[in-house]
Design a protein around this ligand. Structure first.
Ligand SMILES: Cc1ncc(C[n+]2csc(CCOP(=O)(O)OP(=O)(O)O)c2C)c(N)n1
Length: 686
């Protein structure tokens, strides 16, 4: 069956003759696809868990894609100009692992397939970025991969605009299931990709009409092609078990001037004699009897985990298909002028320019002379102006709060539909899609994405922020309006538990700077942390400078440091972060004057503090009889600094709508409250 087109038709770039030249005899195609099916069935059976239905149902699509279209080289899996393949429906991980094994990716050998889902194996339940070359992203939470792929396709176009077709010109292919398309994040992703006309993005939808509970019709009746078309996509439908129809659809998609959705009609668990086409084959082992029936039905008589050598050879040959193209690309890179090549290679490695630390240092010296009194969101804009001059790879953006997040600097032109020469992305009001697209950009490499919204709306971005941490990638989330200090917008907009909630994510730096110097240091940390994403929490309200003299060390990199000492006779320590550091400093002044020597410890990042040597941590915590923490958020996490008996000055519930100074007074987050609490405790301890 040839594809029936809906939406916008487009010309093909490969002639029918070319297509035929690439054609694989049907019998051979079937055996190659069946290798995926049986490896998947066998691995799930041995693991006693997993999802055989998707790999069996999409094996034909994957076989056509990887034998005829994907440009990649298993021997050089990190080749910068490779096509990206994202398995958004990550539960079907055995599809990806089978492909990587069959194509000859060294990280996935047959033992890895046999150890599917076991401790220490690379073949985790859902694909995890960094476990094996060829896994482009961590997928599993449905829809994330699809939204990551938008970022990957955007990064490709941004780099293409900078380096040209010679160095960057590749496709991003996504395999998505019904679940990916039902998740809300998909709407943000497809609307954004359609708007930008990311025409090298091709989404292959496994339209099998089955999910876990049964038929998709139980819960959804969307016309997906119409939905995508409404967002400016080119849409196609094709039989997902007919190799020529699959090839023809992909060929058409590649020539499109818009992103393309191909609705591939498939049968889940294709080949399983009694369970195919039903939810029973979605997520559990088929059982010995059903597998025996599949062997008979598909004419497969090899032992479990054995791929007949002629089929394995065919797959390995398919894996060699792009080696020539890769070598030609390497020649083009070698022939590029030295500066372009050096910059391209540096960016793809993820290294910052050598001059960067000095640039930040010089800027800190300037700040120490000027001591500007600004909100940290403005401080962030100021340092970004310096950063974006020095780093050509930063790509800024905001979820429609550019003027509030202060994420745009003078160098950054807008990225527009079809014009990717700019460096500033208007993500629209799509926090989740933005965060996931940023992850895709970071994964693609060559760019460093940062994007802003209000801290309270990190809730809308959090699933992608968590995955950034799990993957260990450099996505930088700029979260302004970080407390009740935002004032009149009220409790819906005032984050209270968000700092604690984000600090709870492992491998995530929550950086909350107190003034311009700390903001510069926090940005330096975020940019230099290649394997840790960061959230930089910034104020709406102006703050007094607290770091008024130059220090060549990045003190924020310690996580917590003594901002104001009190000598050996200190009786009070006040810990604070961000906007509450100035309150701590004011309280110290009063307490010192009243004869209670007080230290102030600035705490810009819990996680970095925990990474310090024990003696440093002990010295910072100190042994004063009274310990106080001040943060305009909830107490959770602060007991680490003040102990269960320490005094916490912050929030215990939601905020309120009023000007910021009134709110600080109303909730008792003041220097006077700290002084009073300290003296009360000192009275108790005397
Ligand atoms: C965000 C999220 N919610 C729920 C799940 C659990 N889950 C995994 S697969 C699946 C059904 C997906 O259906 P479909 O995409 O049609 O996959 P198929 O049944 O075709 O394999 C669900 C609900 C998940 N992985 N991610």
């Amino acid at each position: 069956m040839s594809p029936a087109f809906s939406g916008h038709d487009a010309p093909t770039v490969q002639s029918p003759a070319d297509l035929r030249a690439n054609m694989i005899p049907r019998d051979k195609h079937d055996r190659m696809a069946n290798a995926i099916r049986f490896l998947s069935m066998d691995a799930v059976e041995k693991a006693k868990s997993g999802h055989p239905g998707l790999p069996m149902g999409t094996a034909d699509i994957a076989t056509v894609l990887f034998t005829r279209f994907m440009t990649h080289d298993p021997k050089k899996p990190h080749w910068a100009d490779r096509d990206r393949f994202v398995l958004s429906a990550g539960h079907g991980s055995m599809l990806l692992y089978s492909l990587l094994y069959l194509l000859g990716y060294e990280d996935i050998d047959i033992d890895e397939i046999k150890n599917f889902r076991q401790l220490g194996s690379r073949t985790a339940g859902h694909p995890e970025y960094g476990h094996a070359a060829g896994i482009e992203t961590t997928t599993g939470p449905l829809g994330q991969g699809l939204a990551n792929s938008v970022g990957m396709a955007l990064a490709e176009r941004l780099l293409n605009a900078r380096y040209g077709d010679e160095l960057v010109d590749h496709y991003t292919y996504v395999l998505a299931g019904d679940g990916c398309l039902m998740e809300g994040i998909s709407q943000e992703a497809i609307a954004f990709a359609g708007h930008l006309r990311l025409n090298k993005l091709i989404v292959m939808w496994d339209d099998n009409r089955i999910s876990i509970d049964g038929p998709v019709s139980l819960a959804d009746s969307t016309d997906q092609c119409e939905r995508f078309a409404a967002s400016g996509w080119h849409t196609l439908r094709a039989d997902g078990h007919d190799p020529e129809a699959i090839a023809s659809a992909i060929e058409t998609a590649r020539a499109s001037d818009r992103p393309t959705l191909i609705a591939f009609r498939t049968t889940i668990g294709h080949g399983a004699p009694t369970k195919s086409g039903t939810a029973k084959v979605h997520g559990s082992p088929l059982g010995a009897e059903e597998i025996a029936g599949a062997r008979e039905a598909l004419g497969w008589d090899a032992e479990p985990f054995v791929v007949p050598s002629d089929i394995l050879d065919d797959w390995r040959l398919a894996g060699l298909r792009s080696a020539k193209e890769r070598k030609e690309w390497e020649k083009r890179l070698a022939a590029a002028d030295a500066d372009t090549r050096a910059e391209f290679e540096r960016r793809m490695r993820g290294d910052l320019p050598e001059a960067f630390p000095d640039v930040i240092d010089d800027y800190k010296k300037k700040l120490a002379k000027e001591n500007p009194k600004v909100a940290t969101r403005n401080a962030s804009e100021m340092v970004l102006e310096v950063i974006n001059d020095c780093l050509s790879e930063t790509i800024g953006g905001s979820a429609d709060l550019t003027g509030s997040n202060n994420t745009r600097t003078s160098q950054l032109d807008t990225v527009k539909p079809g014009d990717f020469s700019g460096r500033y992305v208007h993500y629209g009001i799509r926090e989740h899609g933005m965060a996931a697209a940023m992850n895709g950009m970071a994964l693609h490499g060559g760019v460093i994405p940062y994007g802003g919204t209000f801290l309270t709306f990190s809730d809308y971005a959090r699933p992608a922020m968590r995955l950034a941490s799990l993957m260990g990638i450099r996505s930088i989330f700029v979260m302004t309006h970080d407390s009740i200090g935002l004032g009149e917008d009220g409790p819906t907009h005032q984050p209270v538990e968000h700092l604690a909630a984000l600090r709870a994510i492992p491998n995530h730096y929550v950086l909350r700077p107190a003034d311009t110097v700390e903001t510069a240091e926090c940005w330096q940390i975020a940019l230099e942390s290649r394997k840790v994403p960061s959230t930089i929490a910034l104020t709406r309200q102006k703050l007094e400078p607290v770091r008024i003299s130059y220090d060549d060390e990045n003190l924020c990199a310690r996580g917590a440091y003594e901002l104001a000492p009190a000598g050996d006779d200190a009786v009070v320590t006040i810990f604070a972060s961000g906007s509450e550091v100035e309150i701590a400093v004011a309280a110290k002044k009063q307490l010192d004057e009243r004869g209670h020597p007080t230290r102030v410890v600035s705490v810009p990042c819990f996680e970095l503090f925990e990474a310090q040597p024990e003696d440093y941590r002990e010295a910072i915590l100190g042994e004063t009889p009274v310990r106080i923490a001040i943060e305009a958020g909830i107490r959770q996490g602060w007991d680490r600094f003040i102990g269960p008996d320490g005094v916490f000055i912050g929030m215990t519930g939601f905020g309120a709508s009023a000007p910021a100074p009134d709110l600080y007074k109303h909730f008792g987050i003041t220097a006077e409250a700290a002084v009073q609490a300290a003296e009360a405790r000192l009275g108790e301890t005397q």
